[in-house]
Design a protein around this ligand. Structure first.
Ligand code: PLP
Length: 506
């Protein structure tokens, strides 16, 4: 016997195991608690709005690791309470912040089932059904948005999905064997990537971590609607070529993070063909909206890309984490990521997903994607996304007509706006007034984020601080967007009363 062990190894009893009957009981209770959450989500505060120390105290964050374990049932009920009482609920119908999808209930159950089977979807032999489900989910995603059936892989989210496209472009377009010699190119040329000023920050990490450096990225001016300006791009590429650089990649954004702007994707494809560059589309937010017949030709142009990033955890409404990279050339990802160590005995005929991306061992995130796609179907998605877009448009119209709100932009399911006190409405061009309005709207956002009634994020448009509402949420109704206008104006009046500098009081 070893110290602390009161059984023989022939009849091993471990603290990890849970008695099957107890597992059933606590599992049913957990499902019951989750069902209650979903049932009551509309009536719950969206967030408790607590401070960091409130949350740490609730967790008893200073406690050290317990020497001995705790009863599973007691623990699960304590942790459920902790999470339900101290979390922001992005599935709440009035969550309009950033771009986090409301998690579809089947996706929630999928994560439990995926963990129970626990396939390692790095290698086919370790995950036969799971690997095939991932392949099928990838084919369905391509079919849904009209992208050619090439290659692909599921990843953690939009950042990594874009980076895979970036790295595939870098390896394919380098004029030397970049995988073995690295960035020490004998050509001594700076590889350059191009995209609009509205590009998401992933590009900075990608350029930095791949050895190009973030200065190598060209952030191209946009038009008044936030779309990349093609002629400025062309001039920039020509001047970089003249300077001896190696332009290798253009990134088109299909739904920008701030305003949902969609770049002219077909025109970007043509430019890439003219200059021999890789065309990547960041459709992390907007790509799924291309499934609708009435989607713009610009958005549908994502089908022309060499690589495309999408985020099932945004507009497919799966729980976090689920991102996706699709590539036109089925071999492009393998040509970038595959190695064959001697200690792997895997059938090379099958899809071994560790060869298609960064991860080696991989979880079964495909299950939630596969399940929600099959549960909801194409028509269901087109209808839900269409409604999200319509609700964001309705909010834009409400803001346009409201005497204390100023509407800025609407594209896809994002609208931007701000609160402007009635008496300042005619003076927004004055420097002091515009500075005050920035401050006022920042404070409105701050209080709304903590208040628990609704949640918006922000954008900065031409140096103006605006509030930004985004709907990737199948629970949001017209009543919720009407309420958002009221919540904003109530807070706006209150904050204005407290903060207005004397010089601006007439
Ligand atoms: C256009 C765009 N690209 C990339 C990302 C990054 O996605 P993730 O947060 O899933 O990594 C986002 C996130 O909002 C986005 O809107």
């Amino acid at each position: 016997m070893t110290a602390g062990r009161e059984y023989k190894l022939e009849e091993r009893q471990t603290p990890a195991d849970v008695d099957p009957q107890q597992f059933r009981d606590i599992g049913y209770q957990l499902v019951e608690d989750i069902a209650m959450l979903l049932e009551s989500i509309r009536k719950r505060p969206l967030t408790p709005g607590e401070t960091v120390s409130d949350v740490r105290n609730a967790l008893r964050a200073e406690e050290s690791l317990p020497r001995n374990g705790t009863d599973a049932g007691q623990l699960l009920s304590e942790v459920t309470e902790l999470l339900l009482d101290h979390s922001l609920l992005n599935g709440h119908p009035r969550y309009f912040g950033y771009i986090s999808g409301s998690p579809a209930p089947l996706g929630i159950l999928a994560d439990m089932l995926a963990s129970a089977v626990n396939p390692n979807v790095g290698a086919w032999i370790l995950s036969p059904m799971a690997s095939e489900m991932e392949s099928q989910a990838l084919r369905w995603i391509a079919e849904l948005v009209g992208f050619p059936q090439g290659g692909g892989v599921l990843v953690s989210g939009g950042n990594v999905a874009n980076m895979l496209g970036f790295w595939a472009a870098r390896t394919t377009m380098a004029r030397w064997d970049l995988r073995t010699s690295g960035m020490r190119s004998e050509l001594g040329r700076t590889m350059r990537a191009y995209g609009s000023k509205g590009m998401h920050t992933w590009i900075e990490k990608a350029a930095d971590l791949s050895g190009l450096g973030s200065d190598s990225v060209r952030w191209v001016d946009t038009d008044s609607e936030g779309r990349l300006n093609i002629s400025v791009l062309q001039e920039q590429v020509e001047s970089d070529l003249a300077a001896g650089d190696l332009p290798f990649l253009v990134i088109g954004t299909g739904g920008s993070v701030s305003t949902g702007a969609v770049d002219p994707l077909p025109a970007l494809r043509e430019l890439c063909d003219d200059f021999g560059m890789w065309f990547h589309v960041d459709g992390a937010y907007g790509a799924f909206a291309a499934a609708a017949n009435e989607a713009s030709a610009d958005l549908k142009g994502l089908a022309l890309a060499d690589s495309l990033a999408l985020d099932p955890h945004k507009w497919l409404y799966t729980p976090l984490e689920a991102g996706c990279t699709l590539v036109r050339d089925p071999k492009a990802l393998m040509a970038t990521f595959s190695y064959h160590p001697e200690y792997y005995h895997f059938d090379e005929e099958a899809n071994n997903y560790f060869e298609h991306g960064l991860q080696n061992s991989r979880g079964f995130r495909a299950l939630k994607v596969w399940l929600v796609l099959k549960h909801i179907g194409r028509e269901g998605y087109v209808r839900m996304m269409g409604e999200d877009i319509e609700l964001a448009r309705r909010f834009y119209e409400i803001a346009e007509d409201h005497p204390e709100l100023e509407a800025f932009t609407h594209s896809l399911s994002i609208s931007t706006y701000r609160f402007v006190p009635r008496d300042l409405a005619g003076r927004t061009g004055q420097q002091q007034v515009s500075g005050y309005l920035d401050q006022l709207n920042r404070e409105i956002q701050d209080r709304m984020e903590k208040g628990g009634q609704a949640f918006v994020s922000n954008a900065v448009l031409n140096d103006t601080y605006v509030l930004r509402m985004c709907i990737v949420n199948f629970r949001t109704t017209l009543e919720d967007v009407v309420a958002l206008a009221d919540i904003t104006t109530d807070l706006g009046r209150q904050v204005d009363e407290e903060m207005r500098p004397k010089e601006l009081i007439r």
